[in-house]
Design a binder for this molecule. Structure first.
Ligand code: NAD
Length: 494
């Protein structure tokens, strides 16, 4: 049970200027810093170090040295497991501090962040810690005169670049399997959400992770991120963020050492509601949260509502009714259901989408405005836009904000066509009481995730990844481990 007075005590705790976390401790960069501005009130509350390419190279060199001398990569699996389990415990012991720090940085409502950030990160570290000593190599069914052994070896140095929407959760999706398999990591968090990941690195050291195995470099994507992705000594890049940056990473790989790049990118996920859905009011309520939680800054957000024409008016009215009950405001206030937009840039981008929607003849059925400007923070009304046509900007481009685009369909075939008319293929949902139709839709919709009669809510046991331009890798589940191991064959003549 969260206690508002404890949260209020933490909300203005001084955060000292942050350095880079390299080789198990805090290191200076070349003196350049970046203000950390809280989206809660628009005020700077600490600074980050802007890592220069030379700082990134230093972090990579430490990660390489740690990998090569085997302090972690050749540690007994049972010992690695113990350290990662201890880290999970430390995350839980520090959950409220981590969550409040993260919310001050990125604006997610604490009610959600407490579970989605430290809660999920602890669970993810525990899951991969428990898995790491259950991964076996193989003996190939060869001619008996030889022995073919397939070893699973760590890849070496992993570069990880993550976004600002759920830094601890997404960070843990990369770090936990990478570390579990014995790799060293250099992590570059987003400019507007680095603080909780820097703290995580400190907790990892406290848990017993050897120095140099996990390094965190902060600063601009176009400088520190680029240097990491161009490094000749990084073996694999894992990334979550926008398609534009994902494309650059592939170019950097081609220009450097052909490192593998696993990309988790954006979405424009269709939430498809048939008139035969069992409980339309429940569907409307869940659909509202499926787009508006964390102000729509969720990669899998159901941002396109495709609704059967016969129930359009009734259903949109129900979504609007539920949306109007959601309180937008200070994300550290426990009565808030929707917090702040991450940055002024992001907010202005969202409002630009509203302007273009009006210009394209769409109807703003609810919201559309910046609110609570007097706080200095970045808040936006949950917004519902109807009369969206399939070539309109709102039907095709990811807003990554609290904006729901509504389209209609008449038949199941049309629903599938509309759903797939997108460069993206991350998430989706179908609401129907017809079991056969649900299975046909699961088969027909091109997406990495199809919800049926729900939206959101998943756990570490199932993979998350996209198809088409939503990405090419999976986080979570045992499948994610494949990204962090190389297969090495030993061919032994007997
Ligand atoms: P972004 O691509 O702008 O930034 C992501 C990270 O890349 C940041 O750390 C940034 O500093 C870094 N970066 C930026 N330019 C770089 C460059 N030239 N070289 C190397 N690194 C660089 O994305 P964002 O705005 O932080 O995040 C939002 C996007 O992330 C949305 O598109 C969202 O859908 C996506 N996302 C996807 C998932 C998923 O699992 N598929 C999850 C969350 C968010």
């Amino acid at each position: 049970m969260l206690d508002q007075s404890k949260i209020d005590a933490l909300r203005s705790t001084r955060v000292p200027p942050r350095k880079l976390f390299i080789d198990g401790g805090w290191q200076d960069g070349n003196g350049e810093t970046l203000d950390v501005i809280s989206p809660i009130d628009g005020k700077a509350f600490t600074t980050l170090t802007r890592a220069a390419p030379a700082d990134v190279d230093r972090a990579v060199a430490c990660a390489r040295a740690a990998f090569e001398d085997g302090r972690w990569s050749r540690m007994a699996p049972a010992a690695r497991k113990k350290i990662l389990l201890r880290l999970a415990e430390l995350i839980e012991e520090n959950a409220l501090d981590l969550a409040v720090l993260g919310v001050r940085d990125n604006g997610t409502e604490l009610n959600m962040a407490i579970k989605a950030e430290p809660g999920s990160a602890a669970g993810t570290f525990r899951y991969y810690a428990e898995a790491l000593d259950k991964i076996y190599g193989e003996i190939a069914p060869t001619d008996p005169s030889v022995l073919g052994l397939v070893h699973k070896t760590p890849v070496g140095v992993v570069g990880a670049i993550v976004p600002w929407n759920f830094p601890l959760m997404i960070g843990a999706w990369k770090l936990a399997p990478a570390l579990a398999m014995g790799n060293s990591v250099v992590l570059k968090p987003a400019e507007t959400a680095s603080l909780s990941l820097l703290r995580l690195a400190e907790l990892a050291s406290e848990a017993g992770l050897p120095d140099g195995v996990l390094n965190v470099v902060t600063g601009q994507g176009s400088v520190a991120g680029e240097a990491l992705a161009l490094s000749m000594d990084v073996d694999v890049m894992v990334f979550t963020g926008s398609g534009a940056t994902g494309r650059r990473l592939l170019e950097y790989s081609a220009r450097s050492n052909l490192k593998r790049c696993y990309l988790e990118l954006g979405g424009k996920s269709p939430n498809i509601v048939f008139a035969d859905a069992h409980d339309l009011d429940e569907a409307a309520k869940v659909s509202a949260m499926g787009i508006f939680r964390n102000s729509g800054q969720v990669c899998v957000a159901g941002s396109r509502l495709l609704v059967e024409e016969s129930i359009h008016d009734e259903f949109v009215a129900a979504v609007a009714r539920h949306t109007e009950t959601l309180k937008v405001g200070d994300p550290l206030d426990l009565s808030t259901q929707i917090g702040a937009v991450n940055s002024l840039d992001q907010l202005e981008g969202n409002l630009g989408f509203i302007e273009s929607a009006v210009a394209e003849g769409n109807t703003i059925a609810l919201g559309g405005n910046r609110i609570l400007q007097e706080t200095g923070g970045y808040y936006m009304e949950p917004t519902i836009v109807t009369d969206v046509k399939t070539r309109d900007r709102l039907a095709q481009q990811e807003v990554f904000g609290p904006v729901l685009a509504v389209q209609t369909f008449k038949t199941e075939e049309e629903a599938v066509t509309l759903a797939n008319d997108s460069i993206y293929g991350l998430s989706s949902a179908v609401w129907t009481s017809n079991l056969s139709r649900a299975h046909r839709m699961i088969a027909g919709v091109r997406a990495g995730l199809v919800h049926v009669n729900t939206y959101g809510g998943a756990d570490v046991t199932v993979p998350l990844g996209g198809v088409k331009q939503s990405g090419n890798g999976h986080d979570k589940s045992l499948h994610a481990l494949d990204k962090y191991v190389d297969l090495k064959t030993a061919w032994i003549k007997l």
